[in-house]
Design a protein around this ligand. Structure first.
Ligand SMILES: Cc1cc2nc3c(=O)[nH]c(=O)nc-3n(C[C@H](O)[C@H](O)[C@H](O)COP(=O)(O)OP(=O)(O)OC[C@H]3O[C@@H](n4cnc5c(N)ncnc54)[C@H](O)[C@@H]3O)c2cc1C
Length: 371
């Protein structure tokens, strides 16, 4: 018996459990494998809401992620204190660079729009300034936007910290336990089924990442959340040659506290195929020396991939399922689930504990997929 059963132990399920566990509820978290084993560990861990205003315009999605990103400033020290896990939180900003004249003009236009409307600090660096900030950049880099409030962390450590805290708080974390269906009566959830038996509950939260669309069939519908593969690479340069996460129109490279540099990622609609491929990795490896020539000689450390939960309209699905009692969706964050996790956990807690929906979250409701 549980007050709430959460299906999926990625960052969204764990953050949701963390928020709900502050409300004195008995929570069971079901993860069919290990916590964070899918997209959440594969992630680059960039908290980059400005990506969501890349055309210069803001949107409810951008506002959601901007707010969520600023939540990390209080959240990270609290999680690190309570868990003893260092989350590799770097507040050193993000540099977006232009390669060549065309990209330069495009990026400058974006900068002008951002100065006007994003409510986050940004500054334009001309060719000399950008190379002074990052002397390792190649000669093709002609300028850039520096945004000091964007950050990075280790998403795997983020999950690890949450897992420790959830267990310490008495959350019933069940790894190796898939949810296989529900028992319900007249559109009210009564239990979640697993191979080890059912767990009675009046409240179910679906946070099953790229598998959430499959789980939605338990309710006689298909919420269009599907996998979108991303591949990544880690290399180790001989000496540190990059200080700032650097993003071009073709990819992103991030210096890590352990001396490696990670790069990625691909965006591939290939179903549940989570392999790394020659083509995918080759594309990423080409970007590395173009942006930072000395990386041509770096040691290749690791390649990996993950399946992002992608929604047909590009927006996360966070909210109550209309027509049902006790069913909440928390999924579909696509390329930004790490940055969106804190605001998502908070939104689900407000829904379940306070019965409250922020008007700004209406646009994320699963109602848009229900006839
Ligand atoms: C290469 C790559 C780079 C990325 N970079 C960034 C980035 O820089 N910044 C950012 O914010 N985001 C990034 N993302 C996106 C981010 O990782 C995802 O949006 C986020 O991790 C989604 O979290 P989730 O908890 O919804 O899904 P997941 O982490 O996939 O977790 C879902 C979990 O549900 C479990 N599950 C599924 N079905 C069941 C079931 N029936 N029963 C029990 N358990 C089940 C799965 O095993 C899985 O562990 C990246 C993603 C990838 C792949």
């Amino acid at each position: 018996m549980a007050d709430v059963v959460i299906v999926g132990g990625g960052i969204v399920g764990c953050m949701t459990a963390y928020e709900l566990s502050q409300a004195d509820l008995q929570i069971t978290l079901l993860e069919r494998g290990g916590l964070g084993q899918e997209a959440s560990s594969a992630s680059g861990g960039q908290l980059v809401p400005l990506h969501l205003a890349a055309d210069g315009e803001t949107s409810p999605l951008f506002e959601f992620h901007r707010g969520s990103t600023y939540l990390f400033d209080e959240l990270v020290p609290a999680l690190e204190d309570a868990s003893g896990v260092c989350m590799g939180y770097e507040r050193s900003g993000v540099l977006r660079v232009a390669e060549g004249e065309n990209e330069h003009d495009r990026l400058k236009q974006t900068f002008t729009a951002w100065q006007r409307n994003v409510g986050m600090p940004v500054s334009w660096l001309d060719v000399d300034e950008v190379h002074r900030l990052e002397p390792g950049l190649g000669p093709n880099v002609l300028g850039g936007i520096f945004s000091p409030d964007e950050r990075t962390l280790s998403s795997a450590r983020f999950v690890e910290a949450l897992g420790r805290i959830l267990r310490a708080r008495g959350v019933d974390v069940r790894e190796g336990t898939p949810a296989t269906g529900i028992r319900h009566h007249e559109q009210q959830v009564h239990a979640v089924e697993t191979p080890q038996g059912e767990i009675q509950t009046p409240e179910l939260v679906l946070a099953a990442g790229a598998w959430t669309g499959l789980c939605s069939q338990w309710f006689g519908l298909t919420v269009p959340i599907t996998p979108l593969r991303g591949q990544m690479v880690a290399v180790r340069p001989h000496t540190p040659i990059l200080g700032t996460t650097t993003v071009s129109y073709n990819g992103a490279i991030t210096p890590r506290p352990d001396g490696t540099v990670t790069a990625g990622s691909t965006t591939e609609d290939v179903g549940f195929d989570d392999r790394t491929t020659v083509d995918g990795i080759r594309g990423i490896l080409e970007i590395l020396p173009r942006l930072v020539p000395a990386l041509a000689d770096a040691t290749l450390v690791r390649t990996w991939s993950g399946l992002r939960p992608w929604t047909a309209d590009g927006l996360p699905v966070v909210g109550r399922l209309p027509g049902w009692t006790g069913v909440t969706f928390a999924s579909g964050h696509g390329k930004h689930g790490i940055s969106g996790a804190p605001a998502t956990g908070l939104a689900v807690r407000q829904l379940i504990v306070d019965g409250r929906v922020e008007a700004a979250h209406d646009v994320l409701s699963p109602a848009r997929f229900v006839e």
